[in-house]
Design a binder for this molecule. Structure first.
Ligand code: PLP
Length: 362
């Protein structure tokens, strides 16, 4: 990425755009267009909404965690009427509750459904195939919009097969890049909706992007150096093979959970099958502050753990294990946590690292 910025209206740039478009199709598992904005993931949330919906439209969401709440807040600021299904943050979204809520909307007033595939605040993954089946089961035409910010490129995600209408992600997680790019993969149905959607948009307009992308360009100055990185990260994912990438994340996550279990601590996710393969949220024993533990680990071992977000503030810490991550990195990470638990005086059973190593070495 540390190279001169080329002319973003010249032929070399157009060749790079084409290469990136092909790679994005593979990673999103879509034959449709994937739009790239110079923005953080939140920009992708906003773009998904303003391109497809009109002021006052009804939208359905789940109270899944901190980031699901963030997306709902964006929708509300745009004058959308959001109905939030109450939900246990420790579980993946419930397709039966969804089907019931959709079934109650006989007039099909709900225009969009917002679901977070992998809730980064809780370490819980939801089954998007089951969400699609619930929409189909209810015979409901709402647009399906999925936040895949902390899953895409790490956990199996199928935009076309699940007939997702808009998939949102950012550059800084499974795509292994610095922050600064945001993505919308869009279906034909979402594109059709954008032609009559009434919310105002300019910077986020898909129409302008698609027209410029067709020629290999962008309607405004793109984040050229991050695009250099994206071209490479897409090539890396292709070289490793998506199935191998997903299996690696599964293996490392299982070993991380093994360590947590051996320490006698609890993961926030209660169902093994819903536990995230990109991060593990760990509950602190009562009376012990997660942020104090994080502070000690940062000071003593120069390692940064994720803080508890929203109602998990102080109650949980998060271990990230995604992207360009391997066995030795996980081993080092777990060593830092185990030493930190001791240094912070948190009651735990030593041996989590050993348990994880045995699993990884087997
Ligand atoms: N959605 C999820 C699941 C996230 O994890 C994040 C950020 O971590 C966001 C949305 C928001 O992305 P950003 O912070 O890049 O705006």
């Amino acid at each position: 990425m540390d190279r001169a910025v080329i002319d973003h209206r010249g032929p070399d740039f157009a060749a790079m755009t084409a290469e990136i478009a092909e790679g994005l199709g593979i990673v999103f598992q879509t034959a449709g267009p994937v739009i790239v904005f110079p923005a953080s993931g939140s920009g992708g949330w906003e773009a998904a909404l303003v391109n497809t919906l009109s002021p006052g439209d009804r939208v359905l969401a789940f109270d899944q965690g901190f980031f699901a709440g963030g997306w709902v807040a964006v929708a509300e600021r745009h004058g959308l009427r959001v109905q939030t299904i109450a939900h246990d943050w420790r579980r993946g979204v419930d397709p039966a509750a969804l089907e019931e809520a959709l079934g109650a909307d006989a007039g099909h007033e709900i225009r969009g459904l917002l679901v977070v595939h992998n809730e980064t605040s809780t370490g819980v993954t939801s089954d998007i195939g089951a969400v699609r089946a619930a929409l189909d089961g209810a015979g409901h035409p709402a647009l399906l919009m999925i936040d895949a910010v902390s899953s895409l490129g790490s956990i199996d995600y199928r935009h076309d097969e699940w007939r997702v209408d808009v998939t949102v992600t950012g550059s800084q997680k499974g795509l292994m890049l610095p922050p600064g790019l945001s993505f919308n993969a869009i279906s034909e149905k979402a594109l059709a909706a954008s032609r009559s959607a009434g919310l105002a948009r300019s910077y986020w307009s898909w129409e302008a992007m698609l027209a410029a992308n067709e020629q290999g360009f962008f309607p405004y100055t793109p984040a050229t150096t991050i695009l250099y990185g994206l071209r490479e990260s897409l090539a890396m994912l292709r070289e490793e093979g998506l199935d191998n990438v997903f299996a690696r994340h599964g293996r490392l996550a299982a070993a991380c959970r093994r360590a947590v279990e051996a320490w006698g601590l609890e993961t926030y996710a209660v169902e093994e099958s819903e536990a995230s393969n990109t991060l593990t949220a760990v509950l602190m024993p009562d009376g012990h502050d997660a942020d104090r533990l994080r502070e000690i680990i940062l000071e003593r071992f120069d390692m940064s753990l994720g803080t508890g977000l929203g109602k998990l503030k102080g109650k949980a810490f998060r271990i990230g294990h995604l992207g360009a991550f391997n066995e030795l990195m996980l081993a080092g990470t777990l060593c830092g946590v185990e030493m930190g638990l001791g240094a912070a005086g948190v009651p735990f059973t030593p041996g989590g690292v050993q348990a994880a190593l045995e699993m990884l070495g087997a």
